[in-house]
Every structure is written in structure tokens, then in C-alpha cells.
Design a protein around this ligand. Structure first.
Ligand SMILES: Nc1ncnc2c1ncn2[C@@H]1O[C@H](COP(=O)(O)OP(=O)(O)O)[C@@H](O)[C@H]1O
Ligand SMILES: Cc1ncc(COP(=O)(O)O)c(N)n1
Length: 276
């Protein structure tokens, strides 16, 4: 049996809802063997980010090399990269190992406002990392920062996607969680020529900590299993939809999503009716 493998290069979230923890849980739920290279340790809970401790660039790259030299990977997901130096090193390693199924989640600011990417790192992300992204998954504020144009209306989101594709990104998923005044959350996939919409009902909840990480990790899991981008995005949208709907109500602030909800739904649907 072939085992699909995925590597996440991201920050650690002690609260377990975002970052490396969300990614590994998502890989596991989607039956993908998960591996990690930690870029920074954050002391974090549902109320906010209490501290950020970036690792030395060499420590980040050695973790990647440990995987490149032995286990290998079928897909890579990047999350919180924190600095221009880490971004440059990661971009070089992606090239060195020939890893092409790369999902870049351009994490910049935590929901509580803490900076997870230094200001001078945005340029490195655009110039060094985006050209290597098979899929880029910005939320609306991240798309604005990267594309340099306002991103609110559907037309503005499309224009930003075209601008981001010009950096060499093959597919852009413009996530719609931050869209205001709509009962539907639309994620827009741009493949360099056309747009596909992935829509779901908006869940009115405060428990959305780590939604972006979880979504991007689910896309990477699909790619690791050999799915095409559109199929991986469609599954990821289902996965995050279930995780948000069946919330765990943990913590006093913005709680994590439920990473086992999607699997439990599939299992319930497969069960014979009399067995339920
Ligand atoms: N309230 C919500 N109800 C349903 N889906 C949501 C909600 N908020 C976010 N999502 C989904 O979660 C994913 C992450 O979205 P978004 O909030 O835009 O990104 P981020 O977490 O990076 O800020 C997307 O697939 C989006 O469609
Ligand atoms: C270590 C780490 N990485 C990423 C996020 C972003 O999380 P969100 O998906 O809620 O924007 C976070 N809060 N912490």
C-alpha cells in the first residue's frame, strides 16, 4: 500500500487549534502521514498570542533536511514563517528537493491581532516563495497585503487573484471567511485562466481559530494523495465546514475547530440505517 506523506512548515500553537497542531491533526484525519518543521514556538490560547519564540534559521532548515534526506514527502504546506530569512531558506529547500506540490498559506496576523510575519518579510514571500506555490490560500487581508489592492467585492477578489498569479503562483484560493454581510462563505479558486466558486453557508460562531491552517492542510493532504487541485479544494472546504459546524466549545475566547467532525460524518453516512 502506498502511504501518502505531507510535511508542514509552520509555527507551533500551544492551544492546539492552529499552526503545526492543526496541520498534523488534519493530515491524520485524512489518512496522510504527517511530518513537521517548526519555525517558531508560540505561547497561545483561545484568548490570544502571549509570546512568539522564532527558531534559528538553521534549526528550521535542519528539520526540513532531515525529512528530505530520508522520508521524503508527497506535498508540503507552509504556514507561519515569521521572517524573511526563514522564507528564503524554505524557498531554497523546496527547490533543492524538487517538491512541487506546495500549498502556501501566507499567514500574517493572528485573529487576535498578533503579528506572525515580520513587515519586511512580505517582499521575500512575494519574490521567493510565491513562484513555487502550486496553491496559495490568502484570506482577504492577506490578499490585500500581497496584491497591494483592496479586496472586498467579488471583482476586487478576482483582480487580486490575477495579480497574485503574476508572481508565479499556479492556483490561488481567495478565502471568503472575512467577507462581511453575507450568509454564504465563498472561496474562489483561480487556475490562471478561470474561476471556480466553492460556497457554503456561513456558520455564526466565534470558534474559528485555525480555520485557515486547517483548510490549507486539508488541501495539502488531498494533493499528497494525488488529487488534482480542484478536487483537493472541494474536499478541504467540506472538511473545514464540518470542523466549524460541529464546534467543540473549548476555551473562553476564539476556540479551535473540530478536526474529527469530517471523519465522524463520513462514518455515520456509511453506517447501515438500523445500526444507527
Ligand atoms: N463562519 C464560517 N462559516 C463557514 N465557513 C467558514 C467560516 N469562516 C471561515 N470559513 C471557511 O474557513 C476557511 C478559512 O477561511 P478564512 O476565515 O477566510 O481564513 P483565515 O482563517 O486564514 O482567516 C475557508 O475555507 C472559509 O470558507
Ligand atoms: C502558530 C500559528 N499559526 C497560524 C495561526 C493563524 O491562525 P488562523 O487560521 O486562526 O488565522 C496562528 N494563530 N498560530
Amino acid at each position: 500500500m502506498t502511504i501518502a506523506r505531507a510535511l508542514t512548515i509552520a509555527g507551533s500553537d500551544s492551544g492546539g487549534g492552529a499552526g503545526i497542531q492543526a496541520d498534523l491533526k488534519t493530515f491524520q484525519e485524512l489518512r496522510v502521514f504527517g511530518m513537521s518543521a517548526i519555525t517558531a514556538i508560540t505561547a497561545q490560547n483561545t484568548l490570544g498570542v502571549l509570546g512568539i519564540y522564532p527558531l534559528p534559521v538553521d534549526a528550521v532548515l535542519q528539520q526540513i533536511d532531515a525529512i528530505g534526506a530520508d522520508l521524503g514527502t508527497d506535498a508540503v504546506k507552509t504556514g507561519m514563517l515569521f521572517s524573511a530569512d526563514i522564507i528564503a531558506g524554505v524557498a531554497e529547500r523546496l527547490r533543492r528537493y524538487g517538491w512541487s506540490r506546495v500549498v502556501v498559506d501566507p499567514v500574517m496576523i493572528a485573529k487576535g491581532g498578533a503579528k506572525l510575519l515580520q513587515d519586511d518579510a512580505v517582499r521575500a514571500m512575494k519574490e521567493k516563495l510565491l513562484p513555487q506555490a502550486l496553491v496559495l490560500t490568502p484570506n482577504m487581508p492577506e490578499a490585500e497585503a500581497l496584491a497591494g489592492v483592496p479586496v472586498r467585492t467579488l471583482e476586487e477578489r478576482k483582480e487580486a487573484a490575477r495579480r497574485l498569479a503574476a508572481y508565479g503562483v499556479k492556483h490561488v484560493v481567495m478565502k471568503g471567511g472575512h467577507e462581511e454581510g453575507s450568509d454564504v462563505v465563498v472561496d474562489l479558486l483561480y487556475d490562471g485562466s478561470g474561476f471556480t466558486e466553492f460556497a457554503s453557508p456561513r456558520v455564526y460562531t466565534r470558534h474559528t481559530h485555525g480555520t485557515g491552517c486547517t483548510f490549507a492542510a486539508a488541501v495539502a493532504a488531498g494533493l499528497a494523495k494525488g488529487q488534482g487541485v480542484a478536487e483537493a479544494v472541494a474536499t478541504a472546504k467540506q472538511f473545514i465546514g464540518a470542523a466549524i459546524e460541529d464546534s467543540l466549545e473549548l476555551g473562553q475566547g476564539h476556540g479551535p475547530t473540530n478536526h474529527w467532525a469530517y471523519r465522524e460524518r463520513l462514518a455515520a453516512a456509511a453506517m447501515p440505517k438500523e445500526g444507527r
